[in-house]
Design a protein around this ligand. Structure first.
Ligand code: SAH
Ligand code: DHB
Ligand code: MG
Length: 219
């Protein structure tokens, strides 16, 4: 039971639960056309993020790592009228693809893209955010988590992608800087008294990975 089955089941889940969607399809098509890497969340994961945002009634959402805007569309569609997604992106070419995808999705007014290294844009942001999605460079995750806790409202949810990395996360002396970054992040989350957290392993069209699910304790 592995990649072929995970892929088929992800396709099945998408067929069952995720209707054809021109804006999302075009966001992926335009991202590929512009040469962006195919590392956006899957459809099932995107809808899961959307459902979480709605379940917590998020009005202000922060995303770290925009890419072509695929996860951003899912998240922004969960916002009520007047709600806002702020999404941080290092690469100007990625941000430009995302900007067009957001406009095409009718979300241009609800989303603000902040261009630059997240460590430079995060200190300029004003919270509080109700939901924060961390999905940028993995060595940066621990710092992004620190900022996320500062910018979150009490009771907010922080989600982080890619915290299992095909199981490499249990290797004690990995040479992979991404794996080491995630290991440091997971340890920092576990040691942070202001939050309570877990991680969920996932398989699917993107292989074997996982999400951290972190609740900022109400103070
Ligand atoms: N959330 C997206 C995927 C993000 S991929 C989706 O699911 O659709 C990771 C993105 O983080 C890439 O676009 C990359 O350029 C960006 N990134 C990498 N380092 C960064 C940094 N220091 N600051 C902000 N963004 C960064
Ligand atoms: C990579 C980054 C991601 O955010 C992801 O979801 C999958 C892969 C990567 O950098 O390889
Ligand atoms: Mg990711």
């Amino acid at each position: 039971m592995s990649q072929d089955v995970w892929t088929s089941v992800d396709r099945y889940i998408a067929e069952q639960f995720i209707p054809e969607d021109a804006a999302l399809d075009e966001a992926l098509r335009e991202s590929a056309r512009a040469g962006l890497p195919s590392i956006a969340v899957s459809a099932a994961q995107g809808k899961w993020l959307h459902l979480l945002a709605r379940a917590v009634g998020a009005r202000r959402i922060l995303e770290i790592g925009t890419l072509g805007g695929y996860s951003g569309i899912w998240l922004a569609r969960a916002l009520p009228a007047g709600g806002r997604l702020t999404t941080l992106e290092l690469d100007a070419a990625h941000a430009e693809v995302a900007r067009k995808n957001f406009v095409r999705a009718g979300l241009g007014d609800a989303i603000e893209i902040r261009l630059g290294p997240a460590l430079q844009t995060l200190p300029t942001l004003r919270g509080p955010f109700d939901l924060i999605f961390i999905d940028a460079d993995k060595p940066g995750y621990t710092d992004y988590f620190g900022w996320a806790v500062r910018l979150a409202r009490p009771g907010a949810l922080i989600i982080a992608d890619n915290v299992v990395r095909n199981g490499a996360i249990v290797e004690p002396r990995s040479a992979d800087t991404a794996v080491r970054g995630i290991q440091r992040f997971n340890a920092a989350v576990a040691a942070e008294p202001r939050v309570t957290a877990t991680a969920l392993q996932t398989v699917g069209i993107k292989g074997y990975d996982g999400f951290a699910v972190i609740l900022v304790e109400p103070s």
